[in-house]
Ligand binder design. Structure first.
Ligand code: PLP
Length: 241
């Protein structure tokens, strides 16, 4: 092969990116095989928070279709800059009810529904009587530590009822982060139980968003359908701006 001496172009800001993405896809395929689940039942979401829009563009060129962002202003700017790509944007950060209406203008999926006030913010208003419908996940707190985001396990069903009543959110399922200091598979097993309870009230809400760079295999073993992978794809994140 002839050596390519060109400097990296805008679409390849980091020549390790392709290899890291391939390695993550391999890890997902391996875990799916072990769990005896079809790999095409899983959606890889590349979490690109703190990284520039150029990195998202490079990922899209490598076949990434879904991206995750956790800060409203940053996500809004990137989605606007990359509007020419048909990416699916997942909002995965803590959501304030004040921001919810703005987030749904660019986010296709909101994964962090964790309070009634946030859910209610998606309801139609006088100025927006027929709002855009978004896909939603109820974020579940598996840690028992209220500060970390997520609805307590015992309050999930009440919040699900609220989501169904809102009429502006298509409920896809549940989302969670494995707590620090617990074997992730145990935590994800609890999430799977919560998912089963949710499906009694909302039979279409079968998706489970779980699994990050360090615990994607454990999440797949417990039924994850949406994997939110950051650093294993992007390399280290820049410091929070
Ligand atoms: C940052 C983030 C991720 C990705 O984490 P990595 O360990 O970098 O893969 C996944 N989910 C949420 C909610 C996040 O905030």
């Amino acid at each position: 092969m002839v050596a390519d001496t060109r400097r990296p172009s805008a679409s390849s800001p980091d020549d390790g990116l392709e290899a890291r993405l391939a390695s993550v896809r391999e890890r997902i395929a391996d875990a799916a095989r072990l769990a005896d689940r079809p790999v095409d039942s899983m959606t890889l979401i590349a979490v690109t928070k703190y990284h520039p829009a150029s990195l998202v563009r490079a990922l899209a060129a490598l076949g990434v279709t879904d991206v995750g962002e956790n800060r409203h202003q940053e996500a809004q700017a990137k989605a606007a800059e990359l509007a020419d790509l048909s990416l699916t944007w997942h909002f995965i950060g803590q959501l304030q009810s004040k921001k919810a209406r703005q987030v749904r203008r660019y986010a296709d999926v909101v994964q962090s529904l964790d309070r009634a006030s946030v859910v209610d913010a998606f309801a139609p208003t006088e100025t927006e009587p027929d709002p855009r419908v978004v896909d939603g996940f109820v974020q579940v707190d598996l840690s028992g530590d209220p500060g970390r985001g997520g609805v307590p396990v015992d309050d999930v069903e009440a919040l699900v009822d609220r989501v169904l009543a809102a009429g502006t959110i298509r409920l896809r399922g549940v989302m969670a982060v494995a707590p620090l200091g617990e074997e992730p598979r145990r935590a994800f097993a609890r999430l799977r139980e919560v998912s089963e309870r949710v499906q009694r009230a909302a039979p279409a809400a079968t998706d489970i968003s779980a699994g990050m760079s360090g615990d994607l295999a454990e999440a797949i073993a417990e039924g994850a359908t949406h994997l939110r992978i950051g650093t294993a794809i992007t390399g280290n994140r820049p410091a929070a701006p």
